[in-house]
Design a protein around this ligand. Sequence first.
Ligand SMILES: NC(=O)c1ccc[n+]([C@@H]2O[C@H](COP(=O)([O-])OP(=O)(O)OC[C@H]3O[C@@H](n4cnc5c(N)ncnc54)[C@H](OP(=O)(O)O)[C@@H]3O)[C@@H](O)[C@H]2O)c1
Length: 248
Amino acid sequence: MGVVPAGTADTAVPASTGRPYVLLSCATSIDGYIDDATEQRLLLSNAEDMDRIDAVRAGCDAILVGAGTIRADDPRLVVRSAPLRAARQAAGLPPSPVKVTLTARGLLDPTARFFTVGDAEKVVYCATPAVDKTTELLAGLATVVDAGDPLDPARALADLAARGVGRLMVEGGASVHAQFLTAGLADELHLVVAPFFVGDRRAPRFVGDGAFPWHPGRRARIAEVRQIGDVVLVRYALSERCADGRPG
Ligand SMILES: NC(=O)c1ccc[n+]([C@@H]2O[C@H](COP(=O)([O-])OP(=O)(O)OC[C@H]3O[C@@H](n4cnc5c(N)ncnc54)[C@H](OP(=O)(O)O)[C@@H]3O)[C@@H](O)[C@H]2O)c1
């Protein structure tokens, strides 16, 4: 990583087919919602599960969320645990993984915690029409990469691989998860189910309509089921790259 100075646009997105190992992570209510319809962020995980997520983050080279999640949740996306950060540094890695987002419109707030919390490198894959304004907006804060028009997530993944990202964690939101799943760009899904209902159709669901590669005729494989306090984690193996029993 770090081949392009922050605040500059990189137009050299390779068309290679190689991509990182992609791990999708999501928490839902029993009825499949990933948030409620209020302005406040809905807490679905519990403290123990947040520690697990922290460890999964620490095991990745980069974390990706959609621009909608940055706007809705203002996530930090850093490794919280000091021992985990220290272990990464001892292994010659930065304390937290690279932060990555996708945007077509470039409607990103430079004061969002995605950009201001932690020392991790930030990469913004941007659709061509918004590259110039986004590069200007995020000068000194992020590397803005022209990822085509329309932006193709597979192209962003190829670029991440070229930047040395071998393992990517995708933390939502709904639109991003749906795209990665329908495009067959996911190797593993960590689905956490919280023990309550949202019951409000105005709230976002895990994914909307789409042609998913896993359907009644092609069922996904369960790699692990684990109770974590009052939530349940199911790890689905979505490709042959996902080895059963691998620590999540
Ligand atoms: N429970 C959970 O685990 C969890 C995790 C994360 C988020 N969430 C929830 O998910 C909701 C947000 O989901 P969302 O679907 O609205 O947003 P999202 O998937 O986070 O982001 C969607 C936005 O990302 C950009 N984008 C995505 N794919 C793109 C592509 N192929 N090309 C160009 N731009 C692309 C666009 O940004 P622009 O509009 O800037 O062009 C798009 O509007 C929030 O309610 C949040 O709380 C829940």
